[in-house]
Design a protein around this ligand. Structure first.
Ligand code: ZN
Length: 304
């Protein structure tokens, strides 16, 4: 007699951003089987939680074995409790317990940039690496760390590394942080200086592609700031790989990465620099969703 086929479990991943919530069914290999997108309600905590519940319910069926969230927030190490979020009205929320009780499934919550790092490590540019650091250059700058073959589940505010003492004020109130110098906003600011008040980072990159020397030099300076931060990260973690993603990072590509390699090698203590590679992320905007799915599988497997 032939045993009935057991369907492989899938999970629901939610990549929760300040402007949209991406949700999807994800399999153990990180393939996205079905995907939805809704705008993020910005009004209240109850509004955000209701939208997250609706996003889960829209995908919930008997195959779903766990739920994973990637949230732009600081989390309490060990429990995954949301302490606060920059982009969303979420303060001191135990989303893990709340969703576990509501849906009766294992639940994982991770910082969105850490979830993206998990995705790039398992499924993207970081496959096979034992130690890597990912930096996402988007509107802001986020990051995640894989150490000794495990995602580091603690604080990883890599966008707020000081690159320039006493530099321009950061969104967090500090000065001269990587986020001020190497985010999409930094690209917008430089573009306005070069090309007038209507220019933005997108145009800056277009001009660089078209061969404009000033645009290329400006992106190289951004890359240098990135590289200075990478040099410090190399000095702490000695990773094999630095993966650079995010919307701005992906679009700027080698215009930023080339200069970052030179600066990183200047700042990193030899011989650490010789072994490290700085590469572009591979998963693009889907990294957050894939990562949230992998966070769900870690919850299912009891990893945290
Ligand atoms: Zn900062």
């Amino acid at each position: 007699m032939v045993a009935p086929a057991v369907e492989a479990p899938v999970v629901i991943g939610l990549d929760v951003g300040g402007t949209k919530i991406l949700s999807g069914l994800v399999d153990r290999e990180g393939n996205v089987l079905e995907e939805h997108e809704i705008p993020s309600p910005e009004t209240s905590e109850e509004g955000v939680l209701a939208a997250l519940d609706a996003a889960v319910e829209a995908l919930l069926d008997e195959r779903v074995a766990a739920i994973g969230y990637g949230i732009p927030a600081n989390l309490e190490r060990g429990t995954g409790r949301i302490l606060n979020s920059v982009n969303l009205p979420l303060d001191d929320v135990d989303l893990v317990s709340r969703s576990r009780e509501r849906f009766g499934l294992p639940v994982g919550v991770e910082n969105d940039a850490s979830a993206a790092a998990l995705a790039e490590w398992r499924r993207g540019a970081g496959r096979g690496a034992g130690n890597l650091v990912m930096l996402t250059l988007g509107t802001g700058v986020g990051g995640g760390i894989v150490l000794d073959g495990r995602l580091f589940r603690g604080w990883a505010e890599l966008g707020h590394i000081v690159v320039q003492q006493g530099g321009e004020e950061c969104t967090c109130g500090g000065r001269g942080h990587l986020e001020v110098l190497a985010s999409g906003h930094a690209g917008d600011r430089v573009a306005r200086e070069l090309f007038g008040p209507d220019a933005d980072a997108h145009m800056l990159i277009e001009q660089a592609r078209a061969g404009d020397d000033a645009a290329r030099a400006a992106l190289a300076r951004i890359g240098e700031s990135l590289g200075v931060a990478v040099g410090s990260l190399v000095n702490i973690f000695d990773p094999e790989l630095i993966v650079v993603g995010g919307g701005f990072g992906a679009a700027a590509g080698e215009f930023v990465l080339k200069a970052s390699r030179e600066a990183a090698c200047r700042e990193a203590v030899p011989p650490a620099c010789a072994g490290v590679r700085i590469v572009a992320a591979e998963l693009g905007p889907e990294a957050g969703l894939v990562g949230a799915g992998l966070v769900a599988f870690e919850a299912l497997d009891g990893i945290r």
